[in-house]
Design a protein. Sequence first.
Length: 132
Amino acid sequence: MPKKFIKRKEQREKKRIALERVNILFSLAERIFPYDRELANRYVGIALAVQQKAKVRMPRKWKRRYCRRCHSFLVPGVNARVRLRQKRMPHVVIKCLECGHIMRYPYLREKKERRKKKEMEGKLIQKGRKIK
Ligand SMILES: [Zn+2]
C-alpha cells in the first residue's frame, strides 16, 4: 500500500478516536453536572481541546450544550435559557446564565425541509383521494 494511503488511514483513525473521546467527555459532563458543575465544565474543556487538536467537527448532539465564551456545560432550564425567535430569521436563542453570553442558531433550513415534507404529504393525500 502506498505511504499516502496509510497516512490518510491513520488520520481517519485519529479523528474517529477524537470524536469518540469528545462524546465520552460530554456524556460524563452530562452525568456529573447535577453533582459537580465545576467538574462538568472541566470535561467540556478537555473535550474542546481534543476536538480542536484533531480538527473534528463538534457532534450536533453537543454543539449547543456548552457556552462558546466561558465553556460551561449548559443544561436548558438550569443554567441556560432557550427561546425561539422569529424576527428577521427564525432562530434559537440560547443564553448562558453563567456568563450571560448569547448564542443564536438559525433553523431556517429545518423549517424549509419541514415545509417541503408537508407539501409532499399534502400531495400524497390529494393523490390518495383521487384514486378513491
Ligand atoms: Zn457562558
